[in-house]
Design a protein around this ligand. Sequence first.
Ligand code: CO8
Length: 253
Amino acid sequence: METIRLEKKGGIALITLDRPKQRNAINERMLHELQEICRKINGQKDVRCVVVTGSKEGKAFAAGADIAAMENMTYQQANAFARLGCEAFHMVEQLEQPVIAAVNGYALGGGMELALACDIRIADESAVFGLPETTLGVMPGFGGTVRLKELIGYGRAAELIFTGKKLGAQEAAACGLVNACFGKDAFEERVMELAQNLCANAPLGIRNAKKSMKRHDYETENMYFAQLFLTNDQKRGMRSFNRKEKTEYFSGE
Ligand code: CO8
């Protein structure tokens, strides 16, 4: 791949956005590659957790959609580009495995929208968040308006989107945009620790909880909940608890 690196670390799939000269800005190619990766890892049994991050050389998570590529887009081209971005981020959001955005540096515009499509956001202290699109004459186009409003509420989302103002990692944590923020030295270790934690829990339980949370409807929650009682992991997990033992391994069956 040209713009993304995919590595496997135990049960963790590490996706690194890698266009360092452009601060890892997102272009069409990157969106296609992201889709390809999602198709490849979705539901793959030996991938229990996904981490998305930006290349260190790029000094960013991603500084947005590629502004050079967008400058002269026609209506049709912009429409197609926004659609591609929405579809790619939807695929990230819909991955069966939990997805952590490890935000190391700038997460602006489309970069922040990608972080919003992940389940959990962890920032290092240098992270900067913002949707500056209205300062460029456009608006968020990769699903950010919907996801940000859901995450931090309409009023705060409206302020961030209408002003285009940027938030540091601490501010982002304070308003619930990120789950936690860590100093540079601890950041990678804490992200991997969290990922390992998620790897150890029942994959089908996480998968169904995720699907249920995305649906906002109790009937669906009920269905996905009950479905887990057809699995060995449910039996294993509850049996261990009742015997005051620790479940050593969830097999995903
Ligand atoms: N696109 C393309 N190139 C970029 C981008 C970007 N988003 N961001 C940075 N770069 C490039 C710069 O042009 C520069 O290139 P060069 O070395 O050739 O001059 C290189 O990366 C390094 O950038 P800087 O010199 O600016 O680095 P700094 O450390 O001084 O600043 C910033 C880093 C603050 C991240 C700064 O580069 C910046 O403000 N970037 C733009 C951020 C932004 O506005 N992002 C939003 C873009 S719009 C968007 O994401 C819309 C999503 C929805 C799309 C819908 C489809 C139609």
